[in-house]
Design a protein around this ligand. Structure first.
Ligand SMILES: [Zn+2]
Length: 113
């Protein structure tokens, strides 16, 4: 599971940011997770309580996850389609040549307190 590693790094980062800004509590963290990262949002939710254990800054912190669809533009016929749903193949012309437009990101979108 890659999720626990990336989540631990994220919480470390948020913890440092919060400390640098003199915060004593983090209310929520919003993560933006692209479908094409391969991360399973469910695992983030599952591991979050474990990762924040014994970190007083994160008492009652809410983890919010926004998933972003994997969008692609077909290089052959310029159709827009959902990469996951179409298994990476253009539904119109069948080509696998494409430009990925979104869904590859993993980022901290918002930190609330
Ligand atoms: Zn196409």
């Amino acid at each position: 599971m890659h999720e626990i590693g990336v989540l631990t790094k994220t919480v470390d980062l948020v913890e440092n940011l919060a400390k640098d800004n003199g915060l004593d509590h983090v209310g929520y963290i919003t993560l933006e997770v692209g479908e094409l990262t391969g991360y399973v949002p469910l695992f983030f939710e599952k591991y979050f309580p474990i990762v924040i254990e014994e970190r007083p800054l994160f008492q009652g912190t809410e983890l919010r996850i926004q998933t972003v669809r994997g969008q692609a533009l077909c290089s052959e016929c310029q159709s827009l389609y959902n990469v996951m749903k179409q298994q990476g193949k253009c539904p119109k012309c069948g080509s696998r040549e494409k430009k990925i437009l979104g869904g590859q990101q993993f980022l901290i979108k918002e930190i609330g307190y």
